[in-house]
Design a protein around this ligand. Structure first.
Ligand code: KG4
Ligand code: ZN
Length: 345
C-alpha cells in the first residue's frame, strides 16, 4: 500500500510517500522558519497562507521523487491535530480533496502519534510495547506505548514543554528563532557548571516535569552580566545540561517503573545530540534499548504522518467525507483501530 502523507500543523510544510512494501519512497519539507524569524515566533496567519502557497508543489515533488503517478497512491494521510487551527485546515482540506478526487481513502492522523511511531521508519524498528519520551515544542511526556492507538501517559510537563523552554531561553540569550537548535549549537562552545541552574522536579518522586522555572533561573543567573559570546555559550551549556539531566532521570524512573525494555525518543528535542548521548548511556547502564528516529524525522515531517496513516489505513480505518482539524486533541483519547476516538476541537 502506498500512502501520501501531509503535515501542516505548525511552521513546516511537508509531503511524503510511504510504501508498505519498500519503505519510505520520498519526503519533502519546506521550513517557514525564515518567514517567522522576524517576529521571534510562529505567526499563525502567515503560517496558514504559506502552507497554501507551498503544499501543492511539494506534493508534486514528493510524487515525482517517488516515481509515482497519483493513480498509484492508495490512500492519503494528513495531520488532523493538534496544532494551529488554520495551518491544520490547509493540509486537511488539500488531503481530503485529493483523496476524494482520486477516489481513495483519507485518514486524519494525530501529530503526536506520528512522532511516537517515527522510529519505526528506521532499519532497526522498535516493537510494541515500548516506553516513549516525547519531547517537542508543545509537549513533554513519557508514555507506555502498548500497541497502535494504545498510549498511556505516565508523566508530563505541568507547565512549559522542553522545546518551549529551549526556545524561550534562546530568546533570552538573544538567539534567532527557532531557538532550540541555535541554543544547542552555541552550547557546544560553552562550559556547563560556570552557572548553576536547578534540575526541576528531581527532588521529588514521580514522573512530572516542570521547565518554566528554568528560564526564570536563567534571568536571575545572568542579571547584570554582560552577555558576551562566552557567557552566552556557558549559560546555554548549563541550561541544556539541566534539561538533559532532568529528562534522563525521569526516563530512568519510568524504565524501572514500567519494566519495559525499549525506550523510544521522539519529537524535536529528540534531535538534541547531548540528550541522545545521555539517554544512550542510560540505556547501556540499565540494559534498555534506546531508539531514535534520524534527527530529520525527530522534528516535524510528513514521513511520520504517512507511516502512521498507513498503519491506520492498513488496519481498516479511514474517515468519512469530512475535513478534520482539531487544534486540541489529547493523545490519550486515541484508540486502537476499530474503536471510535474521542475528538476535541
Ligand atoms: O516536534 P517539533 O518539530 O514540533 C512540534 O511538534 O512542536 O519540535 C520543535 C521543538 C522546538 O521547540 C525546537 O526548538 C526543538 O524542538 N528542537 C531542539 C533541537 N531541534 C529542535 N531543541 C533542542 N535541541 C535541538 N537540536
Ligand atoms: Zn511535532
Amino acid at each position: 500500500m502506498r500512502v501520501l502523507g501531509i503535515e501542516t500543523s505548525c511552521d513546516e510544510t511537508a509531503a511524503a510517500v510511504y510504501d508498505s512494501e519498500t519503505g519510505l519512497r520520498s519526503h519533502r519539507l519546506y521550513s517557514q522558519a525564515p518567514l517567522h524569524a522576524a517576529y521571534g515566533g510562529v505567526v499563525p496567519e502567515l503560517a496558514s497562507r504559506d502552507h497554501v502557497r507551498k503544499l501543492l508543489p511539494l506534493i508534486d515533488q514528493a510524487l515525482a521523487d517517488a516515481g509515482l503517478e497519483p493513480g498509484q497512491i492508495d490512500g492519503v494521510a494528513y495531520t488532523a491535530g493538534p496544532g494551529l487551527a488554520g495551518a491544520l485546515l490547509v493540509g486537511a482540506s488539500v488531503a481530503r480533496s485529493l483523496a476524494f478526487a482520486w477516489d481513495r481513502p483519507a485518514v486524519g492522523v494525530h501529530h503526536l502519534e506520528g512522532h511516537l511511531l517515527a522510529p519505526m521508519l528506521e532499519s532497526d524498528p522498535p516493537e510494541f510495547p515500548f516506553l516513549a519520551l516525547l519531547v517537542s515544542g508543545g509537549h513533554t511526556l513519557i508514555a507506555e506505548v502498548r500497541a497502535l492507538g494504545e498510549y498511556q501517559i505516565i508523566g508530563s510537563s505541568i507547565d512549559d514543554a522542553a522545546g518551549e523552554a529551549f526556545d524561550k531561553t534562546a530568546k533570552l540569550l538573544g538567539l534567532p528563532y527557532p531557538g532550540g537548535p541555535a541554543l544547542a549549537r552555541i552550547a557546544e562552545h560553552g562550559r556547563a557548571g560556570r552557572f548553576r541552574l536547578p534540575r526541576p522536579m528531581l527532588d521529588r518522586p514521580g514522573l512530572e516535569f516542570s521547565f518554566s522555572g528554568l528560564k526564570t533561573a536563567v534571568v536571575v543567573a545572568t542579571r547584570g552580566l554582560q552577555l558576551d559570546e562566552q557567557t552566552r555559550a556557558d549559560v546555554a551549556a548549563e541550561f541544556q545540561q539541566a534539561v538533559v539531566d532532568t529528562l534522563v532521570e525521569k526516563c530512568a524512573r519510568a524504565m524501572e517503573q514500567s519494566g519495559l525494555a525499549t525506550l523510544v525518543v521522539a519529537g524535536g528535542v529528540g534531535a538534541n545530540a547531548r540528550l541522545r548521548e545521555a539517554l544512550q548511556a542510560l540505556g547501556r547502564r540499565q540494559g534498555v534499548r534506546v531508539l531514535y528516529p534520524q534527527p530529520q524525522f525527530c522534528t516535524d515531517n510528513a514521513a511520520m504522518i504517512a507511516y502512521a496513516g498507513w498503519r491506520r489505513l492498513a488496519a481498516g480505518e479511514h474517515d468519512d467525507l469530512v475535513i478534520r482539524a482539531s487544534a486540541r486533541w489529547p493523545l490519550d483519547s486515541l484508540r486502537a483501530p476499530g474503536h471510535e476516538h474521542a475528538r476535541a476541537n
